[in-house]
Design a binder for this molecule. Structure first.
Ligand code: HEM
Length: 539
């Protein structure tokens, strides 16, 4: 083949300068792409009915741009734009991203009516190109449509995440929380140098999940698995935002080697190598007669035939735990550490409560939570103010549905606009203020609160709603409680005057955590070291 004369490729010239035809060809390619995109968008739109049999239209909403819809307006801080539109278009409005219709739900009542009461219709997921098809290859519990594969994965996940299971491994959560406090104490050299809480929070959450999923843990933040697992989770949060990938909504782009597609493929590979590899290792140990600790991987291996799970199913279910259960809880611990230094008065009140109920000779436990309403309220207020998933994990309507005269066609993506709900002044007076007082009389766990009949009384919407509600709520709340109450018990946390903490900026397109920061963690008294068993008690 004669590449020189007939090739249509814009080959670079011999001296390395660019081909003079390249701009023309690029424009031509872009033009063709745009035309194709227009064609496909309209073809797909044409196939969809946007009015029901009674003439009810889809909810009103922003017009957006041709082809791209509202995508260009949602690439940065989408929650702020969605909040502005909620104020303009109301609690149920629609928007387009490429050829995909979204409805945005911004009131607890509508969330309940649609997602909870009509859970049979609103419990599916869109098979997003990057997240569902590329990273999870159609198998991740978080991303699968409402089908039998999802039911099976959810049932297996629940055996490790229900109340009874969590009670059994609470000793692990308890000891990892102590390790976190100890590591922060030691790295800060007893409060004399600042620390970055991020790797410590990350490792505490990681060790909890490693223990549940693989029956193992890491010994320090420098263990290679810490960096590897946290990088995987971070990359996941950066490539799978529910509204951030144009390639998810303009199907023609899915046939091109876009950078998101490449990153998604690499991430899939990493998940299979890392977590699939750990399952294989456990399988080999079991085959050689070793007594492997109970864990999700062991459960899956033992029941793989009965459950008809292949290697990829097991690797992806384990990955869903390692992603869903690490960056999330770690994000709340980090948001707490970033926020609390600005509130010495709130810390003082928490210290008073801890001194009264727990004293200084031991750390708070799970059982103490009911007697520490102010500390419990601090946790809930951090979660309200800094939900790591402002847009939740969107649900999808699996049938046409008309709600109070507004038509929601089958295939519509339904987003819980938790930012607006968490900042509703009618529910949370003075919503921009960090004020734990508002939760002082709320003695329920979030898992209990999610079952309240009145959706306006629910504490917050951080764990989603309905049949797809986070199954990890109980373990998440318990580990968050143990780590945050112990940080409060052990330290006075202070910002560094020369390094102000930025609470507006964040990392991640789906799961948000604060950009790296350092704080001083000053032990509250000498007994902290004794309780942490770092020093002998005086004779
Ligand atoms: C602060 C911590 C956490 C937050 C904020 C969080 C948030 C969420 C949200 C918003 C959803 C989607 C709910 C919906 O569709 O309405 C979800 C689903 C899920 N979460 Fe969590 N989560 C957390 C911790 C955990 C933990 C510790 C695990 C343990 C493995 C976990 C496992 C899962 C799984 C497997 C799903 C998928 C459920 C499904 O689609 O059926 N999460 N989570």
């Amino acid at each position: 083949m004669n590449f020189e004369s007939n090739s249509s490729y814009p080959l670079p010239s011999a001296d390395g300068s660019s081909n003079p035809h390249q701009p023309l060809l690029t424009f031509a390619a872009l033009g063709a792409l745009t035309l194709a995109a227009v064609y496909w968008s309209f073809k797909l739109l044409g196939q969809r009915t946007l009015v029901d049999k009674d003439g009810n239209n889809i909810p009103a909403g922003p017009r957006g741009f041709p082809i791209l819809g509202s995508f260009p307006l949602l690439t940065q801080y989408p929650e702020v734009t969605l909040d502005r539109w909620a104020k303009k278009f109301g609690d149920l409005y629609s928007l387009w991203l490429g050829n995909q219709l979204f409805v945005i739900v911004s009131s607890p009542e509508i969330v309940k009516d649609l997602i909870v009461t009509n859970g049979a219709v609103f419990s599916s997921r869109k098979e997003m190109f990057v997240k569902s098809k590329t990273v999870f290859v159609g198998r991740g519990i978080t991303a699968t449509p409402y089908n039998d594969r999802w039911r099976k994965h959810r049932r297996i996940a629940s055996t490790w995440l229900n109340q009874r299971a969590v009670d059994i491994y609470t000793n692990v959560l308890d000891s990892e929380a102590t390790v976190l406090i100890k590591a922060m104490y030691q790295e800060s050299r007893a409060g004399t140098i600042p620390v970055n809480p991020q790797p410590h929070a990350g490792r505490a959450s990681l060790n909890n999940m490693l223990s549940i999923v693989f029956g193992t843990r890491t010994g320090s933040i420098y263990h290679p698995l810490v960096g590897q697992a946290l990088n995987i989770s971070r990359e996941f949060m950066n490539v799978t935002g529910p509204m951030s990938n144009l390639v998810d909504f303009v199907p023609i782009l899915q046939h091109l080697p876009t950078s998101m597609r490449t990153r998604g493929e690499k991430l899939h590979q990493k998940l299979v190598e890392t977590y699939g590899g750990m399952i294989k290792d456990i399988e080999h140990r079991m085959e050689s007669g070793e007594n492997v600790p109970d864990c999700l991987a062991k459960t899956m291996i033992e029941s793989r035939e009965e459950e008809k799970m292949d290697d990829l199913d097991m690797a992806i279910l384990a990955s869903a735990f390692m992603i869903g259960g690490v960056e999330t809880t770690a994000a709340i611990m980090q948001w707490f550490s970033a926020l609390i230094p600005a509130y010495p008065e709130i810390q003082r009140r928490a210290h008073e409560e801890l001194d009264k109920v727990v004293g200084r000779d031991r750390m708070p436990t799970v059982e103490d939570e009911k007697n520490l309403p102010f500390c419990h309220a601090i946790v809930k207020e951090v979660e309200r103010c800094h939900n790591p998933f402002w847009l939740g994990t969107p649900h999808v309507a699996s049938e046409n549905f008309t709600y109070k005269g507004q038509f929601i066609p089958k295939g519509t993506v339904v987003v819980l606009n938790t930012y607006t709900m968490h900042h509703d002044p009618k529910r949370h007076a003075n919503p921009d203020k960090f004020d734990p007082e508002r939760y002082l009389r709320d003695n329920l766990t979030s898992a209990e609160s999610a079952n309240l009949a009145n959706p306006y009384e629910r504490d917050h919407w951080m764990f989603g709603a309905g049949r797809r509600i986070c199954p990890g709520m109980i373990v998440a709340e318990r580990e968050i409680w143990l780590t945050i109450s112990r940080m409060l018990w052990a330290f006075t946390m202070e910002a560094l005057p020369e390094e102000p903490i930025d609470l507006k900026e964040y990392d991640g397109l789906s799961g948000r955590s604060p950009v790296p920061f350092r704080v001083n963690v000053i032990p509250r008294d000498a007994r902290v070291a004794q309780v942490l068993a770092l020093e002998e008690a005086p004779a």
